[in-house]
Design a protein around this ligand. Structure first.
Ligand SMILES: [Zn+2]
Length: 259
């Protein structure tokens, strides 16, 4: 069996009100550090990047990308959160990425695409349409310049087996956005389900407490049902991008990885 590894690359974050995670949380009104992540799966047939982090200019000149809305975001980006440096931490360059899967196209996930113009970008057809013409309530978090350049889009409609061997699978998990998707990775020793923003916090998913940003509550709940079904059948480890306890719950690269 071919050997796969999964690296979780922490790439900055922002200070966010607890209301984002659950508008009815008793700690609403308190700001918490909301981490960002990108992930690399090394497969014998190629290196896959799942999400691409926030654009590095958000560190130096957030206004250039977020406009007037930049004042609403307390970004916490470090020089080393640049996609080149994040990949460099595990010995890769953007050129070494053979295929990109974008969970969705919000600015904290899609800011690295400008470094990935050589690679096919797998996204749900619904997501691309949604991102190009976002509804007014998500307009601020879709930054058109993140994905407006010439990219090799591969528009998916439903599940997709990336390498054709059942090891790395795109699973649609709409709700947060219209075309959100997650990534199920069958590693050698365990199965990891990268949820991205299909859920922000696992505890909130378990209690079916809806987050502050979403497209459809019904789709969120249906995706949570499907995620838990897959969790049971695959005995999968669930990882969300914005886990507040990431320092203890996520094995972070370069010191840690999943295999
Ligand atoms: Zn996010």
């Amino acid at each position: 069996m071919a050997s796969l590894k999964l690296y979780a690359l922490h790439c900055g974050g922002d200070m966010m009100d607890m209301a984002l995670f659950d508008p009815f949380d008793p700690d609403t009104g308190t700001k918490v550090y909301n981490p960002y992540f990108m992930y690399v799966v090394t497969h014998p047939d190629g290196n896959l990047l799942f999400d691409s982090g926030a654009h590095p200019d958000l560190r130096t000149d957030p206004r250039s990308r977020l406009g007037d809305a930049s004042a609403d975001f307390e970004l916490r980006l470090r020089p080393q959160d640049h996609i080149e440096q994040r990949l460099g931490a595990i010995g890769l360059m953007p050129r070494d990425i053979d295929v990109v899967v974008q969970s969705h196209l919000h600015f904290d996930h899609a800011g690295g695409l400008g470094w990935l113009t050589h690679a096919p970008i797998l996204v749900q057809r619904e997501e691309l349409a949604f991102a190009r013409k976002p509804p007014v309530y998500q307009e601020l978090i879709y930054v058109q310049t993140d994905y407006g350049m010439d990219l090799d889009w591969r528009e998916l409609e439903g599940d997709h087996d990336v390498f054709g061997d059942g090891r790395v699978n795109v699973i649609p998990t709409p709700g947060h956005t219209k075309g959100h998707q997650s990534l199920l990775v069958r590693l050698d020793r365990e199965c990891v389900f990268l949820l991205a923003d299909a859920a922000y916090l696992l505890a909130k998913m378990r209690s079916r407490s809806l987050p502050g940003i979403l497209w459809s509550p019904d789709a969120v709940i249906a995706s949570w049902d499907r995620i838990e079904e897959i969790e049971r059948s695959e005995r999968a480890r669930l990882i969300t991008t914005h886990a507040l306890d990431y320092e203890t719950s996520v094995k972070m690269a370069p010191d840690g990885w999943y295999e």
